[in-house]
Each structure stands twice: as C-alpha cells, then as structure tokens.
Design a protein around this ligand. Structure first.
Ligand code: NAD
Ligand code: ZN
Length: 362
C-alpha cells in the first residue's frame, strides 16, 4: 500500500492507494478516528458490489455499521437526498459518535462530505472512492457540495476527510466509459503540472484501458501526489494555485450546464472538450504551439475521449460560459496550457477568441 500525505497541519491525512485495501478499512478508520460507529453512504449498484466486504472489515474492528443508499447518479447531489442522509444519520448516531464513510464515485463523495460537514457542525469523514475520477480527484481535497436544480455544486463546504482509501481493485467493475471519464482528469493533471505523466500516458494508454494494476497504481499515485500538494498549498482556493485544477472546467461546466445535467455527457467528457477549447484559445493568443495542441489531441484520441460537442447548442454553451461562478470581481480567469506540463492563469482573454474557440468545437 502507498500512502501520500495531504499536509494540512492538525488536519493532515493520508491517501492510501493499493489493491485490496478496502479489506483494511476498519483498521485504517480505527487509526484516524475515535468513532464507535460508521454510517456508510453509497448507492445501490456500488453497495451490491462492495458494501458486504466493507461491513465485514468495519464489524471486525468492533464498529457498529449502518449502510444508506442514495438513488441515481448526479441527481443524488440534491438538497432532498442530503436531508434524507442527515435524517437517517441522526437516527442511527444517537451519541455513538459516528464517522461518515462515502463508498462511491464523486457523487456519493461530494454528498457524503457535505453531510459530514453539516451534521453536528462536522463529524469524522472517510472517503472510499470507487471511480477513477474520484480516486484521482474528487475524493481528495475536501470540496464537498450538492447541486441546485439550475447550477452544480452551488451549495457546499470545504471539509477534509480523515483518510482516503483508494482501492484500485474496485475499478475492475467500472464501465469503460467511466474509466475514460476519469482519464480526462488524469490528462488535466499531466497537461498543467506533469510532462512525465503525459509521456507515460502516451506510452501506456492501452494498458491503462485494460486496467493493468501497475499502470493504474502509477497514474493514481502521481495524480494524488499532485492534488495533495496543490491542496496543501492552497486549500481554500484563495492563492490562485488550486484554481489551476480548473483547466478545461470553465467550458466543461458550461457544456454540462447547457445539457441541463441530463447525464448525456459525463463530467470528464465535458472537461475533455473544455481542455481542447483552452488549448485552442492558448494557440490563438500565441501562447501554446500548435504542435502541443496536436500532441494533446493525440492523447484524447488514445483515451477514447472526444473534442467535439454534440446535441448542445452553441448559444447555450456560450451563455453558460458567461454564467460560470468562478469569477473574481467579475473577471473570468482561464487556465491555459503554455506547453505540455505547464499551465498558467490568464485573465485578459478577448471574448471574441473565446467565442471562436467554442464555435470550433462543433
Ligand atoms: N469534490 C471535488 O473536488 C470534485 C472533483 C471532480 C468531480 N467532482 C464531482 O464528482 C461527480 C462525478 O463523479 P464520478 O465521475 O465519479 O461519477 P459518479 O459518482 O456518478 O459515478 C459514476 C457511475 O459509476 C458507478 N460506479 C461507481 N463506482 C463503481 C464501481 N467501482 N463499479 C461499477 N460501477 C461504479 C456509479 O454508480 C455511477 O453510476 C460530479 O458530481 C462532480 O461534480 C467533485
Ligand atoms: Zn473535474
């Protein structure tokens, strides 16, 4: 098992990465929490696969356990399901000092994190991410949120877990489209921070898509290390460093929003298109070379990710791009690649260039 520390002083925690480590969850929780019980939030599909193993590990350490399943995917990040989680948790907890454990992808992680942050002004929380996207990104760094019907992640908190348990063995049941979805965030890290990771992806993409455990452990560890460092430096996204992780997300979120979060396009797929647009913008303003953009398109293709928008109208994507909540004093900041492995934040991108980049996505 590999451990990577997210260094946040007294709130520091480890990301544990390895195959089969879900069997050690009870021991890991015992080492980071004084809780006497665990309230496990999951969804039915994931619980059917893994909650039995998890329960045995927790009970084996003398912990009382209750599992609570939310319905649906992104729709589970709603105010009503947050309330259902809290009500069930409160009925179970009754002075036990429960720890909330999220077992699932980014949806369950975000919802569980927000419930842990808000119940009794914060209880112990552990993330067991079961998607590639959640293992490399969503489960690390303490961003917890639920959606409003017209905007994603609008209600949330920064709330760090006590531990992250990334068992790469859990990815074997993940549909390949979800693997590609997570690879989009892996590519994001590589473009913005890590050319070595980018070259590794170029060399090993076929093995990664075949879920070769050594390759998975390498990319998950590499991304976790980057995210841990970013969060340690700029936990609350106030120094401009954490916002580097938003590469591809301005237009990516706009595409998700313009498709009304219907689930027709996954987060990583939208981010892949958003990263393509960001590369286009960077080339247009004379910052990145066209050859870097070509190399980037090559890796998207190898991962099976597209860079064109289907079914969502350009006017809706442009309108949603302008609504993006990530502005500072009304100024929209763009994370743009200067070259592979190095991104920078730009705030003075002409609107005409953005418009043209969006239109070229069709
Ligand atoms: N908090 C953050 O920093 C952060 C970062 C990135 C994304 N997010 C959020 O994450 C969410 C997307 O997360 P996601 O891509 O993990 O999607 P998800 O949580 O919806 O999971 C995708 C699907 O895979 C299924 N699944 C999960 N694990 C499985 C497994 N091991 N085997 C079989 N099926 C499995 C789920 O049931 C679901 O149907 C979005 O809501 C996004 O906003 C949060
Ligand atoms: Zn993302």
């Amino acid at each position: 098992m590999k451990t990577i520390k997210v260094d946040l002083g007294k709130r520091s925690y480890n990301i544990n990465i390895g195959k089969g480590i879900i069997y050690s969850t009870g021991k890991i929780i015992r080492s980071v929490s004084k809780c006497r019980a665990c309230f496990v939030v999951s969804n039915k599909d994931i619980a059917d696969l893994y909650s039995g193993i998890l329960k045995r590990s927790l009970i084996g350490e003398g912990l009382d356990v209750k599992c609570f399943n939310v319905a649906g995917s992104e729709s589970a990040k709603s105010c009503s399901s947050w309330l259902r989680v809290i009500r069930s948790l409160a009925r179970f907890d009754k002075g036990k000092g429960a720890c909330l454990v999220s077992l699932g992808g980014g949806v369950v992680g975000d919802l569980g994190g927000f419930a842990a942050a808000t119940y009794r002004r914060g209880i112990d929380f552990v993330q067991i991410p079961t998607t590639l996207l959640a293992q490399v990104d969503a489960a690390i760094g303490g961003k917890a949120a639920i959606d409003l019907d017209f905007a994603k992640n609008l209600v949330g908190a920064f709330y760090q877990p006590r531990a992250v348990i990334s068992d790469i063995g859990l990815l074997k049941t993940l549909p390949v489209r979800q693997i590609r979805n997570g690879l989009s965030e892996v590519i994001k890290y590589a473009v913005v921070f890590d050319e070595t990771l980018f070259s590794y992806l170029e060399k090993h993409m076929a093995d990664i898509l075949r879920l070769n455990p050594r390759c998975l452990e390498y990319i998950i560890s590499r991304c976790s290390r980057i995210k841990a460092k970013v969060v340690s430096i700029d936990e609350l996204e106030q120094k401009g460093y954490r916002s580097m992780l938003n590469f591809g997300h301005t237009i990516g979120h706009a595409i998700e929003s313009a498709s009304s979060y219907s689930g027709s396009i996954h987060h990583g797929e939208a981010v892949a298109i958003g990263m393509s647009a960001a590369f286009d913008i960077s080339v247009s303003i004379g910052m990145a070379r066209a050859s870097s953009a070509e190399r980037f398109k090559g890796i998207l293709k190898a991962a099976g990710l597209g860079y064109k928008i289907n079914r969502v109208s350009p006017s809706r994507v442009l309108a949603a791009t302008l609504y993006d909540k990530k502005t500072t004093n009304g100024i929209r900041r763009w994370v743009l690649p200067e070259r592979i492995g190095h991104g920078i934040v730009c705030s003075n991108v002409p609107a005409g260039i953005i418009r043209k980049a969006v239109l070229r996505l069709y």
